[in-house]
Design a protein around this ligand. Structure first.
Ligand SMILES: CC(C)(COP(=O)(O)OP(=O)(O)OC[C@H]1O[C@@H](n2cnc3c(N)ncnc32)[C@H](O)[C@@H]1OP(=O)(O)O)[C@@H](O)C(=O)NCCC(=O)NCCS
Length: 176
C-alpha cells in the first residue's frame, strides 16, 4: 500500500547523504544558507525559510509550513549542506513539485543530483505520487543539469511566472 505524501516527515538516506527533519541544532547551517545571496539568486522570494528568523522557521517547519511544503535538511557526514523541498501538492492529481538549494561550498560534488534521486525514489517508490514537476529560472544551468541527470524532461520554456520579483520570471518547467 502506497503512502500519502504529507502523512509523515520523510527520512531518506543514501551511502553519502541523509535527508531529514530540521531540528534546532541545525540553526547555524540554516542561518548561513538564508544569508547567502548567491544561493537565492535563482529562487523565488517567498520560500518559507526566509519568512521568519531562523529559530521561528525551525519551530514552524513541521506545522505552519507543513500545510504547504515539506522542507528537509540535506546532510553529508552529519554536516548541514542545504534544503530539499516538496511543494505544490495536488492530491487529486497525485502531483508534487520539488526543489533544492545548497550552501555554496557544497556545490559541484553531485550532492543535489543525489538528493533529488532520493526524493524521486521516495515519491515513486513509497507514495502514490504519479507526476513530479520542477521549475528553474532559465539562467540556472546547474539546476537544469541536476534535473536532466534525474530523468526530468523540459516541457515548457520561458513561461512567465510570479516568483515574487517586480517583473515576471521567465521559467522552464520540468516533468518526471
Ligand atoms: C543548483 C544546485 C542545487 C546544484 O547543486 P550541485 O550539488 O552543485 O549539483 P550537482 O553537482 O549534483 O550537479 C550539477 C551539474 O551542473 C553542472 N553545472 C554546474 N554549474 C554549471 C553552469 N554554470 N552551467 C552549466 N552546468 C553547470 C555540473 O557540471 C553538473 O553536471 P555534470 O555532472 O554533468 O558535470 C546548487 O548550485 C545550488 O544550490 N544553487 C542555488 C540554489 C538553486 O539554484 N537551486 C535550484 C533552484 S531551481
Amino acid at each position: 500500500m502506497k503512502k500519502k505524501l504529507f502523512s509523515e516527515i520523510p527520512y531518506l538516506t543514501s551511502q553519502r547523504l541523509v535527508l531529514r527533519k530540521i531540528v534546532p541544532e541545525d540553526a547555524p547551517g540554516l542561518t548561513e544558507l538564508v544569508n547567502s545571496p548567491n544561493v537565492y539568486r535563482y529562487l523565488p522570494t517567498f520560500l518559507f525559510e526566509k519568512k521568519y528568523d531562523v529559530e521561528t522557521v525551525i519551530e514552524r517547519l513541521y506545522d505552519e509550513c507543513f500545510k504547504e511544503s515539506i522542507i528537509l535538511g540535506i546532510f553529508m557526514e552529519g554536516e548541514f549542506c542545504g534544503l530539499a523541498e516538496f511543494y505544490g501538492f495536488r492530491d487529486d492529481a497525485h502531483k508534487i513539485s520539488v526543489g533544492y538549494r545548497l550552501l555554496e561550498r557544497f556545490w559541484g560534488q553531485g550532492i543535489a543530483t543525489e538528493a533529488l534521486g532520493l526524493m524521486v525514489d521516495y515519491l515513486y517508490g513509497q507514495t502514490d505520487i504519479e507526476i513530479i514537476t520542477a521549475s528553474t529560472m532559465m539562467e540556472n544551468s546547474a539546476s537544469a543539469r541536476v534535473l536532466e541527470k534525474n530523468g526530468f524532461d523540459l516541457v515548457v520554456r520561458a513561461s512567465d511566472e510570479d516568483w515574487g520579483y517586480e517583473e515576471p520570471t521567465p521559467s522552464d518547467k520540468w516533468i518526471r
